[in-house]
Design a protein around this ligand. Structure first.
Ligand code: FPP
Length: 246
């Protein structure tokens, strides 16, 4: 038997540890088939279910999906209603399976603008799954990064004015505690589907060092194999964090 030492593992935990996804292209998927936009969103919700399942199977610890931005209110009322209806269905129909599979669900965003029944469903889903730890699933709803950063800044300014915090004590970790994602590690991989190459006001602070992977597939066509390809691309990248690398 050979006594040669095993090759050293270059990185015992290659990641990604947190995958964030901008789910784009539902409208184009529907248009290409002569279907109403809502059909694309419905298939988009199916893709979200598939990808949550796939992420669990791939052992990704944190998955964050951008489902509705603060800017999406500008869409026609019917489309906004359709999207809210799909969110309602997701929260009601998926909760049991998520819980059974050890997922902790969190909804990130401003709840003030949401219907009361959705706010209740969110609270129930978060309460039921709060002790789970196999995968954290965050769904961003009525979320906008600039708004989040402004809100954090206002909170800190109030604390400084009240003498509770000193301006010079505000460092990155103090600031992060005021963000809606407090306690969630930063994404190390950000995926956007549909060939668009923008961040669109999504997790601007948190994605400071994320690897960006843009995928041509439209969101309703996205599946576990696309996720695996994006992860393979992530692992090919050399992450230097401003340093010179190895
Ligand atoms: C972007 O496609 C997608 C959205 C604005 C909504 C994303 C929502 C879902 C996938 C369904 C609900 C999800 C969950 C988790 C319940 P677009 O409409 O901007 O597409 P387009 O750019 O092709 O028009």
């Amino acid at each position: 038997m050979s006594t040669a030492p095993l090759p050293a593992n270059p990185d015992p935990a290659p990641g990604p540890h947190h995958v964030a996804i901008i789910m784009d292209g539902n409208g184009r998927w529907a248009k290409a088939r002569g279907l109403p936009r809502v059909a694309g969103h419905r298939r988009g919700a199916d893709a979200a279910r598939r990808v949550v399942r796939g992420a669990g199977e791939l052992g990704i610890p944190v998955l964050t999906l951008f489902a509705f931005s603060t800017e999406n209110w500008a869409r026609p009322a019917d489309e906004v209603n359709d999207l809210m209806g799909l969110l309602r269905q997701y929260l009601r129909n998926e909760l049991e399976e998520l819980h059974r599979n050890g997922a902790r669900l969190r909804v990130i965003g401003n709840r003030d603008g949401l219907a009361a029944d959705i706010v209740c469903d969110i609270a129930e889903a978060e309460r039921l799954t709060r002790a789970n730890g196999r995968i954290y699933v965050n769904i961003c709803v009525n979320y906008g990064a600039r708004d989040e950063i402004l809100q954090a800044t206002r909170n800190l300014a109030r604390q400084v004015a009240a003498g509770e915090t000193k301006a010079e004590d505000i460092d990155e970790s103090r600031f992060e505690r005021e963000l809606l994602t407090a306690g969630v590690p930063d994404p190390d991989l950000l995926i956007r589907t549909s060939g668009e190459q923008r961040i669109s006001n999504f997790l601007l602070w948190q994605c400071a060092y994320a690897e960006l992977v843009f995928v041509d597939a439209l969101w309703p066509d996205f599946g576990k194999q696309h996720l695996e390809q994006a992860i393979a691309e992530f692992r090919r990248r050399e992450r230097r964090y401003g340093g010179v690398g190895g």
